[in-house]
Design a binder for this molecule. Structure first.
Ligand code: DQA
Length: 142
């Protein structure tokens, strides 16, 4: 079973960036823990600050992978192109956010991508990713 986690802009700075909002853990450390926990799942990871690169990776994985876990960062609130990419592929996408976007500035309350995702998890820190993975791995073991 193949799952990809795709992180968007500024998420390469996790562990350094606004720690009070996003925590102090580097994503790579968390990813290693996830890989240990979900031994039977092939977990790929991609991060980019570039919108088109995120779209390319959605296209590349979106017809063959079993699930995409996507934190589009600020593009969540602005990108019609990422929304269209999610709509274009056949693989299910779960939207995740570390922070609770609904408890923050009003411009973060709207997600352009949410209607094209099968579900959204927001506000649970790194646990948001783990729960998305749990969903995909449970789904395929049925
Ligand atoms: C975020 C929330 C977005 O509003 C923000 O632009 C981010 C991170 C989150 O994970 O909480 O970069 O997606």
């Amino acid at each position: 079973m193949k799952i990809i986690i795709i992180n968007g802009p500024n998420l390469n700075l996790l562990g350094k960036r606004e720690k009070e909002v996003y925590g102090d853990q580097k994503f790579e450390n968390f990813l290693n823990k996830l890989k240990n926990e979900f031994g039977g799942v092939d977990i790929a990871y991609f991060q980019s600050n570039v919108e088109g690169e995120l779209i390319n990776r959605i296209h590349e994985t979106g017809f063959t992978y079993d699930g995409i876990i996507l934190n589009a960062g600020a593009y969540t609130h602005t990108s019609v192109a990422i929304r269209d990419a999610i709509a274009a592929v056949t693989t299910d996408v779960i939207e995740v956010h570390l922070s609770n976007i609904f408890a923050r500035e009003s411009f973060r309350h709207e997600s352009l991508i949410a209607p094209k995702c099968i579900g959204s998890i927001s506000g649970l820190g790194m646990e948001s990713y783990r729960l998305a993975l749990l969903y995909f791995s449970g789904k395929n073991s049925k």
